[in-house]
Design a protein around this ligand. Structure first.
Ligand SMILES: Nc1nc(=O)c2c([nH]1)NC[C@@H]1CN(c3ccc(C(=O)N[C@@H](CCC(=O)O)C(=O)O)cc3)CN21
Ligand SMILES: CC(C)C(=O)C(=O)O
Ligand SMILES: [Mg+2]
Length: 290
């Protein structure tokens, strides 16, 4: 409850120099779909820590504090055990480390599904205690009433449809969605429902490309794809996946680095230096000045 964050979220304490750019806003993100910038897709990555947020921030439009931190940071088997307190702690860190991107925080499993009132309590805590600008929640038609309730009360909501990982037990796994006629129709209806309810944007995950194109072209809010289509209005990836820091990655990930290998190499060299007493050397010890 006593989490501290910069009141003026256009700047951040983690950044020592004055912010050269003002923080983007939710309406500015929403407008991107129809302001001739449709040719330039929105760039979103997950971030969980202040230092990583600092590095990603200048290159992104949005930073997502994803509940994927359950697997990525905490080694949990799914996103289901992630708590509101975990999301708030990491959300505050990411806001402190950024001054340009819109920060969106995932609502964790169990914190919002029961009622619009429950969702408002969780979402208002997230915005108040982290300084983030928006929350994200999983669900389509079933969450439309909740999305409307929050949106009408000043809480911008990003919806997440298609493959919704918090429903892994109902879906039976993380396979692509929208393969059957029935599921195709259901996901299209979910997209219309969340747009009508006032979501400012949507994440569309793990669906057949043709369905992703249809969704993108049929609703008037930005559709951010992950395992969806290059025609989406933006893309998001889990940062650890694209950096090669997470071991099992979905097929839709493009790996831009192999940081795990880089780190292992550094650690091997350190271990060898310690064991051979090549570390520390005179540069790394304190001696009286001559
Ligand atoms: N590191 C990480 N990356 C993610 O993209 C991610 C998370 N964690 N945690 C939350 C959800 C879970 N997501 C996942 C998790 C696994 C697959 C996966 O393994 N997909 C397989 C197909 C599985 C199947 O057909 O059953 C693939 O090869 O793409 C996909 C999305 C997406 N999100
Ligand atoms: C994969 C993205 C969209 C997400 O919800 C997360 O990182 O939790
Ligand atoms: Mg998530």
């Amino acid at each position: 409850m006593s989490t501290t964050f910069t009141l003026d979220t256009s700047t951040s304490r983690a950044n020592p120099t004055p912010a050269p750019m003002k923080r983007l806003t939710v309406p500015a993100i929403q407008r991107r779909k129809f302001e001739g910038k449709t040719e330039e897709p929105l760039v979103m990555l997950t971030a969980y820590t202040a230092r990583m947020a600092q590095i990603l921030d200048p290159h992104c439009d949005m930073l997502l504090v994803g509940d994927s931190l359950g697997q990525v940071i905490y080694g949990l088997p799914s996103t289901l055990p992630v708590t509101l307190d975990m999301m708030i702690a990491h959300g505050a860190a990411v806001v402190r480390g950024s001054y340009h991107s819109v920060v969106v925080v995932d609502m964790p499993f169990g914190a919002y599904e029961a009622s619009p009132q429950q969702a408002f309590a969780a979402a208002s805590r997230i915005l108040a205690e982290t300084g983030a600008a928006a929350v994200k929640l999983e669900g389509g038609q079933a969450m439309a009433e909740t999305i409307a309730f929050l949106s009408q009360r000043g809480i911008p909501v990003m919806a997440h449809i298609g493959l919704t990982p918090q429903a892994v037990n109902a879906l039976g796994g993380y396979g692509a969605r929208g393969k059957s006629q029935q599921e195709h129709a259901r996901i299209m209806a979910d997209a219309r429902a969340i747009a009508d309810a006032g979501a400012f944007a949507a994440v569309l995950e793990g669906v057949m490309e043709e369905l992703a194109n249809a969704v993108t072209h049929s609703i008037d809010i930005p559709v951010i794809g992950i395992g969806a289509s290059a025609q989406c209005d933006g893309q998001v990836l889990v940062i650890d996946d694209m950096l090669g820091m997470f071991d099992r990655v979905p097929r839709f990930v493009k790996r831009y680095e192999n940081l795990a290998e880089t780190i292992e190499c550094a650690v091997k060299n350190y271990a060898a230096d310690v064991r051979s007493r090549d570390f520390p050397t005179e540069d790394q010890v304190y001696r009286p000045k001559k």
